[in-house]
Design a binder for this molecule. Structure first.
Ligand code: SF4
Length: 554
């Protein structure tokens, strides 16, 4: 069915729905676009025949805000939205943010801190016995015990804090469909791939993790728990929690066909018309196309591989072209596509000769795995084909590329030529993050020596294209292993390589469940047991960060 999913009872009634099967509660505005989680899950469930309503940005101070549609027949789905609500609220130096790019007008304040817990409390107070299903990045990355940067302490699984019935982690379309079908047919929620539940018993064959109580009380136990978690995401994990077990079932086998189902749903590709002001996050991504999921890198500070998986699952080129044609028709004027790709655009077309079955945490660190098939040609072909579609004005890469992997492509010169001649609009973003070897090793990133090679390759291709093109490096301060001296050395090195001091420096924030968050909290890398220096003092963190801002001279 076309048209937006209902945001209120009137809209539901217009569809002839007096009762809903499922109500989704989200901390973001409802944008009917596949880059917005609530829209994807709503559309997936709608296609299954369920009647769906969305409560977007409920006023958490008003208990009636979750009663808009009344009691749903099957369950409430709860998400903070596309971003963890604490990250949305605080900067890396724990200052309160006043903006929220996922709200109309970009105005902050519509989303509570720990939104998932707050929304669940409201629902529990209103409808004690309606099942609650958690999803989205906040629930996903807090599914087990984790370090919380804002409270500067360990927290238990969010399932216990919310008393929800089940948590669907990662890109949860398949899990949520299964949950809905099971609840509709009165079956239990046990054993669903890609979910976490509290169970009375440990499933047979599950890998038992250190008990949550021990993890919260002892650093050694937390390190062992983190090590086991990171190395065994492909297994059923069971962690004793009081008298019960927290059970995590591995993600379902991803497939291009299943991915395709998500991107062929009848989205309107626009914010719900109830919003009068623009939504900044939508304005930024509205003309981007998802061509794949997953990231082979496993950088220690990033949650993408933990959330989407390391395996690259790509859509068929024809299907991507069909979506672009459809969107060009909807737009009714020339479309300028700002991205075609995934978390790292140029990983489209990558493959693993061993079928992605191995225990490594990264296909690129400490050395590129010989089984990784690095092919950037299919992605460039995709960009070129998209640019030829009627109604498409141009195709550029707004998000940037993994430069070290372009270097590893045997056709790297042709790739750079194609990008510089046809798909870069002025600047190409890259994210070396740092230049100093100790810090890069702690981040599990490529050595900076390769950065110089890439800059040469880019300059050569840019000169040949006859266009004025620049590289824009993104860097990070305050990561574990990084000191003030490392930041000063990076500043000099960056000046030497690029010839200017960039302002795109992000201060490290320890994201829940990432390796870097474990290192930040303990000072120890759980995979190597190496000790690292960690700067936790806010003033000294600011000094590190300011190295790139206080004085623009070299
Ligand atoms: S075998 Fe190599 S390419 Fe394949 S998943 Fe493992 S590390 Fe990655």
């Amino acid at each position: 069915m076309n048209g937006f999913l209902p945001l209120n009872r009137d809209e539901a009634s217009r569809r002839g729905w007096n009762e809903l099967d499922i109500v989704l509660v989200t901390g973001d505005a409802y944008v009917d676009h596949p880059a917005f989680g609530a829209a994807v899950i709503g559309r997936v469930l709608e296609r299954q025949g369920y009647r769906i309503g969305i409560i977007a940005m409920p006023d958490w101070r008003d208990p009636l805000s979750v009663r808009i549609f009344g009691r749903p027949r099957l369950f409430f789905g709860v998400t903070s939205g596309n971003v963890d609500s604490l990250l949305a609220r605080y900067t890396a130096f724990k200052k309160v943010r006043n903006d929220d790019p996922y709200a109309p007008g970009g105005l902050g304040g519509a989303k509570p801190e720990r939104a998932v817990i707050v929304y669940c409390n409201l629902i529990k107070a209103a409808y004690k016995d309606v099942p609650i299903v958690l999803g989205g990045i906040e629930a996903s990355m807090r599914r087990m015990a984790h370090y919380d940067f804002i409270d500067d302490t360990l927290r238990r699984t969010i399932l216990e804090d919310t008393r929800a019935d089940i948590l669907a982690y990662g890109m949860a379309e398949a899990a949520v469909m299964e949950i809905a079908d099971r609840l509709a047919s009165g079956k239990t929620l046990e054993g669903i791939p890609g979910t976490v539940v509290m169970a009375r018993q440990k499933p047979p064959g599950a890998l038992v993790l250190p008990a949550q109580e021990d993890v919260m009380a002892s650093q050694d136990s937390f390190l062992e728990f983190s090590r086991l978690c990171h190395l065994n995401q492909d297994k059923v994990l069971a962690q004793p929690c009081g008298k019960r077990f927290l059970v995590q079932h591995p993600l379902p086998e991803p497939s291009p066909e299943r991915l395709e189902e998500t991107y062929t749903l009848p989205y309107s590709y626009a914010p719900h018309p109830a919003y009068r002001e623009p939504i900044p996050a939508y304005e930024m991504i509205k003309d981007s196309i998802t061509a794949h999921r997953g990231c082979v890198s496993g950088c220690s500070f990033c949650s993408v591989a933990l959330h989407q998986g390391r395996r690259i699952v790509a859509r068929a080129a024809d299907a991507v072209m069909d979506e672009i044609e459809h969107r060009a028709l909807l737009r009714k004027r020339a479309l300028s596509l700002t991205d075609i790709g995934g978390p790292s655009a140029n990983m489209y077309g990558f493959d693993c000769q061993k079928g992605w079955l191995c225990q490594r945490q990264s296909c690129t660190f400490p050395k590129l795995c010989p089984n990784l098939v690095v092919k950037t040609g299919p992605w460039i072909d995709l960009l070129d084909s998209a640019a030829r579609i009627k109604g498409v004005k141009r195709v550029t890469i707004g998000s940037g590329v993994r430069y070290d992997l372009i270097l590893r492509d045997s056709e790297s010169r042709d790739v750079m030529r194609g990008l510089c001649e046809r798909h870069i609009s002025g600047q190409l973003k890259i994210a070396p993050e740092h230049t100093e070897p100790e810090v890069l090793a702690a981040m599990r990133k490529t050595p900076a020596a390769e950065l110089k090679d890439f800059v040469s390759l880019f300059r050569e291709a840019a000169a040949r294209s006859g266009r004025r093109l620049y590289l824009l490096p993104y860097l990070m301060s305050c990561h574990p292993g990084c000191t003030l001296a490392h930041m000063q050395a990076m500043r000099q090195e960056v000046m030497r390589i690029f010839g200017f001091i960039p302002q795109q420096v992000q201060a490290f924030i320890p994201l829940p469940m990432t390796l870097s968050s474990v290192i930040y909290h303990t000072g120890v890398d759980p995979l190597t047991m190496a000790r690292l220096s960690v700067e936790r003092n806010t003033r000294r963190r600011q000094r590190q960060h300011q190295v790139f801002f206080i004085d623009k001279r070299p």
